[in-house]
Ligand binder design. Structure first.
Ligand SMILES: O=C(O)CCC(=O)C(=O)O
Length: 312
């Protein structure tokens, strides 16, 4: 009797989950094609920003391969922005290393991804005095995201990560494995390396041309709430070795990437990897698939329209 009931409950649960998934997919598609993204595309095309040569180079590389690697100082030459981010990172590293050596309860980690310690995680209050958010919301970056995505984007997530070294023979877990991000197909992330990153520091890796529209888009294709993690070892059978880019690079390097394509990283074995990261997605994503990681507490009225849109 108990067994029958349990099986029945499991079946109901399965049906409910399938219906919920269908609802989320339908909502995403409606917002992408008809509702939010449509008006967001109209806003963008009505006032497309003028990019300088560096920004144009980044957008062209993203269009061609889904990623671009560039020194932060080439995009933002004024030292003040870098100095403030570096100071923020130093304080984060000092606090993290003190907590790792002592009260590990104080570490901001998420279940299943304990190998990444986060500066902020979710539900924090931020304004533009935060050096990393201030940089990500600046027109130097936002205009790149909006032009690449062809719409006014939402600045969905900001954080700094400290990837704790793992034993070299540990199994890769979560984002250390090849996957497509579920967030959106209109997606741009940037990773700013805050330490030198070599093979032992868990470099970010990417399959160029795997985002929607690229030659590898059909390999386990992106769909909202899809099967985004191919079984271990399968991606390597389908993508040749020279189809994978591994981003070992010095401190101060920035990697822009459409992570609806295949990527993985953070499997540090020798030294911790520290980076700052940001996600720009389309409004359809925030309507159906994702949550913003922070509450913006600055004054929206003082901002221009695309920045206000990105932060609200
Ligand atoms: O930590 C990494 O390098 C991978 C990050 C990742 O998978 C993501 O941000 O979606």
């Amino acid at each position: 009797m108990h067994r029958t009931k349990t099986r029945f409950a499991a079946r109901i649960n399965h049906v409910a989950t399938a219906l919920e998934k269908r609802g989320v997919r339908a909502t995403y598609s409606l917002h992408d094609r008809v509702l939010s993204n449509r008006s967001s595309r109209r806003h963008f095309s009505g006032s497309a920003p003028e990019l300088d040569d560096v920004q144009r180079k980044i957008v062209s590389a993203l269009d061609a391969e889904g990623y671009c690697v560039i020194p932060f100082s080439e995009l933002i030459p004024e030292p003040a922005a870098w100095d403030a981010i570096e100071q923020q990172a130093s304080a984060f590293v000092a606090d993290t290393e003190a907590a790792l050596a002592g009260d590990r309860e104080a570490l901001r980690v998420r279940a299943g991804k304990e190998f990444v310690v986060r500066l902020l995680s979710y539900g924090v209050d931020l304004d533009l005095d935060d050096p990393w958010l201030g940089t990500c919301a600046s027109h130097r970056l936002l205009d790149i995201a909006n032009t690449y995505l062809g719409l006014w984007s939402k600045l969905e997530y900001v954080d700094m990560w400290y990837s704790v070294p793992q034993p070299a023979d540990a199994d890769r877990k979560a984002s250390q494995r090849w996957h497509r991000d579920f967030n959106d197909k209109h997606l741009l992330k940037a990773f700013l390396y805050l330490v030198d990153v070599d093979e032992g520091t868990g470099p970010f890796e990417y399959v160029p041309g795997s985002a929607p529209g690229g030659p590898y888009a059909d390999a386990w294709p992106w769909r909202p709430l899809g099967e985004n993690y191919p079984p271990d070892g399968e991606l390597e059978k389908r993508i040749p070795d020279d189809g994978i880019r591994t981003f070992t690079a010095p401190k101060g390097t920035m990697v822009f990437c459409n992570t609806s394509g295949f990527h993985r990283g953070g499997f540090a074995t020798d030294r911790p990897r520290v980076l700052a990261t940001v996600t720009y997605s389309s409004p359809a994503s925030l309507k159906s698939l994702t949550e913003r990681s922070y509450r913006f507490t600055g004054s929206l009225d003082e901002l221009d329209a695309p920045t206000r849109f990105a932060l609200s």
